[in-house]
Design a protein around this ligand. Structure first.
Ligand code: NAG
Ligand code: NAG
Ligand code: NAG
Length: 364
């Protein structure tokens, strides 16, 4: 039993084939730079380009830095393209991001958003991070945080990509969950949504980051009206027409429609997809320009803390292929693998199939 478990794990390590491992970064912040105590986890490949682009990848409610690291492809692509990935870990009970407080919705005001921004600043100061190439992506609550950071910190981030979130300020209020917003009943004008963003950083006149939003039409957790409200908000902030300049059907997947409003904003609506739209890492990296260059083979980075297991077999990152529609998926908590198991092995989004032992894998 123990033997089986061990060999299964080493098999997984080999298949995964990353050049480095996820590290928790300790003692990187003070109470003023990280007032809510957001945890900082880092994936830094053994070879990076210098200065090193920074991608922040924010998990969903109930998720963790570790789960988003293992459940997405950003680390595998980092090996190829030489950027570093920061996986922040939400401090709140329930692991939702603070996207509702005044502090988090204000530039340098505090909250979880300041903690994440401080990680980017730390990476620039201490990890060779590129101050001109910091990006953020996230799923669900992490997508809400993407909207928050792109709104309140346009000077820190060059771009955001939000999978199944809500507009900046939509969750504002005393509670971590805003039912009115979630149900798509918080409807405002483009001007009102834009004002929320402009008021987050009064006096800011610099360039605005580019933004990409994704949503499923069958989302009953964060209703798809939130997609329309995001479109109003970012077209207003960027001074684009509400009428898309270009609309591409079946892009990047069948049933997905990409509307391009200008060079700095696009919105992708996924027909029939629920909560959440699976990350499209390839597409996100292309939008950010993070997959344009590979690191020079002679550039060796230093690592933070102890180095993790290294595989000698390099497995190139797979292209993003979502589970084919029509294939049954296992629900949250359900079994999804193990010796003798014959049921569905793909978990319903956003859960991933995690090995407990050789006989039991579960959607977590
Ligand atoms: C963090 O700082 C504290 C206090 O200075 C110290 O005791 C601890 O060992 C440090 N932890 C790490 C991992 O460096
Ligand atoms: C948050 O901002 C709103 C609007 O400015 C204000 O009414 C409210 O009192 C503020 N809440 C806190 C806790 O500061
Ligand atoms: C917004 O766009 C319109 C139409 O393209 C243009 O006339 C106007 O000057 C722009 N406003 C700003 C503030 O850039």
């Amino acid at each position: 039993m123990v033997l089986l478990f061990t060999s299964f794990l080493s098999l997984l390590t080999t298949v995964y084939g990353l050049t480095s491992s996820l590290q928790q970064v300790n003692n990187w912040s003070t109470a003023s730079t990280n007032p809510t105590g957001v945890g900082m986890y880092l994936y830094k490949p053994t070879t990076v380009i210098t200065p090193t682009p920074i991608l922040v990848a924010a998990h969903y409610c109930g998720g963790t830095a570790q789960a988003y690291f293992s459940g997405t492809q950003y680390a595998a692509f980092a090996d190829t393209y030489g950027y570093l990935v920061i996986y922040p870990n939400a401090p709140a009970v329930g692991s939702c991001w603070d996207v509702n407080t005044n502090a988090t919705l204000s530039h340098n005001g505090g909250g979880d958003s300041l903690g994440i921004v401080s990680m980017v600043r730390y990476a620039v100061s201490n990890l060779g991070g590129d101050v001109n190439r910091a990006y953020i992506t996230g799923t669900s609550s992490g997508a809400m945080m993407t909207n928050v950071l792109i709104g309140a910190y346009p000077d820190v981030f060059k771009g955001g990509s939000a999978f199944s979130g809500v507009p900046f300020g939509c969750f504002a209020g005393p509670y971590a969950w805003n039912t009115q917003c979630a149900m798509g009943e918080l409807i405002m004008t483009p001007q009102q949504w834009g004002d929320l963003v402009r008021n987050a950083y009064p006096g800011y006149t610099g360039p605005r980051p580019k933004m990409q939003v994704w949503h499923g039409t069958a989302d009953t957790t964060l209703y798809p009206q939130n997609f329309q409200e995001e479109v109003k908000q970012w077209t207003n902030v960027l001074n684009y027409s509400l009428t898309a300049q270009e609309t591409n059907t079946n892009d990047p997947l069948p049933g997905y429609t990409r509307s391009i409003y200008g060079p700095s904003f696009q919105a992708i609506l996924a027909q029939g997809v629920g909560h959440t739209v699976p990350e499209q890492a390839n597409d996100v990296l292309t939008y950010f320009g993070l997959n344009a260059a590979s690191p020079a083979p002679t550039t060796i980075s230093t690592t933070i803390g102890p180095t993790g297991p290294t595989s000698t077999i390099f497995v190139p990152p797979a292209t993003t292929v979502p589970p084919p529609t029509g294939v049954p998926t296992a629900a949250h908590w359900a079994q999804c693998g193990g010796i003798g198991f014959t049921g569905p092995t793909v978990c319903a989004s956003p859960y991933t199939c995690q090995v407990s032992n050789a006989y039991w894998s579960q959607c977590l």
